[in-house]
Design a protein around this ligand. Structure first.
Ligand SMILES: [Zn+2]
Length: 108
């Protein structure tokens, strides 16, 4: 059951992304459906999609269309243009990961 739920979440987000240009309101609905499934089965939204919707108004976010992404220092700033919510995501983790990979490729 959980596997099916995970698959459905993935499908819903993919569809939200595909439909956004023509039917943004459908995308927002898909996000809501995916969130409901995640909640029901106590699942986490996959990392790739986690940042693709606004945590305040829950609208699907399409960079360059209804959200703005700015890089500043050590974080990524995502601003939802639907409700104005701004989210800061530090990317220290990614930086560390890259450093680690570099280190590994040097040693092997
Ligand atoms: Zn929003």
């Amino acid at each position: 059951m959980i596997e099916i739920a995970e698959e459905r979440i993935e499908i819903l987000f993919n569809r939200a992304s595909e439909d956004f240009s023509l039917h943004p309101e459908r995308s927002h609905r898909y996000v809501n459906m995916a969130r409901k499934i995640a909640k029901k089965y106590n699942l986490k939204i996959p990392g790739t999609w986690k940042r693709r919707f606004c945590k305040r108004c829950h609208h699907f976010l399409q960079p360059g269309s209804n959200c703005k992404i700015r890089l500043s220092g050590s974080s990524v700033n995502i601003k939802c243009l639907e409700c104005g919510e701004a989210v800061k995501i530090p990317y220290i983790k990614e930086k560390k990961e890259r450093r680690r990979r570099k280190f590994e490729s040097n040693t092997f």
